[in-house]
Design a protein around this ligand. Structure first.
Ligand code: NAP
Length: 304
């Protein structure tokens, strides 16, 4: 049993398996979630339930895994959790909130003698379940060292990329590529399908070729069997990340044109009522079985 007591706020799709892995690694764990019923599986496994975020203040390492920057501020600042933590405590802020909010929260933490590391993750729910996430970290090296055993419990690897905000910035850069890949995969499958090629066979071709990636592999059920596959990452959260990436690119005077194009497709999906569906649901904008009629027979591909 480790000496380090862990507090965990945000028991959502990602937070639940991450907290389960913290518990499995032997850390004493206290959990809080806005909707407290979601903590039940953790409490059954031995975690202590906190009624307010401030009750996590006895922990040496606090993990936050909430939807966005407003939620992170609510949990850490508005609840007065940061003010109650003992100096020397490390907060691992693992949500995707972008570098501006991460730096602002790290500054607030520092005022209370607390080190806040931005440590967002690459991966999804199934990846989190098997503790195979990868964390991108920004902040002080000494705090990173203190938080490493907890990071090890949830991830297959992690890297300190620089000072505050570096992990959050890297995550936005990465997720702009995920958005492009998601939309591109949807378009590619829909194009093949509209020609008359079976979606599963088209997926086999992509997953067996040069562009196969862990993302392509683990999104397979979401694209092929959406009706029986649990939502892993919502269209709304993916759109949130592209907006943050666009803000970062604008601040740094660079361009992420393909990600912005993907963002527009995500907007259309949200307008079509798919905000709370998995991001793979963007395929419904293009796919033949969702309104748009496919050609009666495969188009004539002869040239000339
Ligand atoms: N899902 C993925 O594949 C994935 C992968 C990498 C990173 N991420 C990032 O990880 C974070 C969590 O994603 P998720 O998929 O786990 O989302 P989720 O299932 O929607 O969970 C969101 C969590 O945030 C809490 N929350 C939302 N607003 C809040 C507020 N105002 N105050 C306090 N708590 C609040 C929710 O509480 P309730 O239960 O009460 O609603 C829930 O615990 C996001 O930043 C996301 O971008 C997700």
């Amino acid at each position: 049993m480790s000496e380090t007591a862990v507090g965990f706020a945000g028991i959502g799709r990602m937070g639940l398996p991450m907290a389960q892995n913290v518990l499995r690694a032997g850390f004493p764990l206290t959990v809080w979630n806005r909707t407290s019923a979601r903590c039940a599986p953790l409490v059954e496994d031995g975690a202590t339930l906190a009624d307010t975020p401030a009750e996590l203040a006895t922990a040496n390492v606090v993990v936050t895994m909430v939807a966005d920057a407003d939620a992170a501020r609510a949990v850490l600042v508005d609840s007065s959790l940061l003010a109650r933590l003992a100096p020397g405590t490390v907060v691992l802020e693992m949500s995707t909130i972008g570098p501006t909010a991460a730096v602002e929260l790290a500054d607030s933490a520092r005022e209370h003698g607390v080190d806040l590391l931005d440590a967002p993750v690459s991966g999804s729910v199934t990846v989190a379940e098997s503790a195979q996430l990868f964390a991108m970290v920004g902040g002080e090296a000494s705090a990173y060292e203190r938080a490493t055993p907890v990071l090890n419990a949830m991830t297959k690897g992690h890297v300190l990329l620089g000072g505050s905000g570096a992990g959050a910035a890297m995550k936005l850069a990465l997720n702009s590529m995920i958005a492009v890949t998601d939309v591109s995969l949807a378009e590619t499958l829909a194009l093949a399908e509209r020609f008359g090629i079976d979606r599963g066979q088209a997926y086999d071709v992509i997953a067996g070729g040069a562009l196969a990636s862990p993302f392509v592999q683990y999104k397979r059920p979401a694209f092929l069997h959406p009706e029986t596959t649990p939502v892993a990452f919502t269209t709304a959260l993916m759109r949130k990340d592209v907006v943050l990436a666009e803000e970062l690119a604008s601040r740094l005077e660079t361009e992420i044109e393909t990600a912005s194009a993907a963002g527009r497709v995500l907007d259309r999906a949200i307008d079509a009522g798919l905000a709370d569906e998995d991001m793979a649901s963007v395929i419904r904008l293009f796919a033949s079985h969702n309104g748009a009629e496919p050609p009666q027979s495969p188009p004539d591909t002869r040239e000339g």
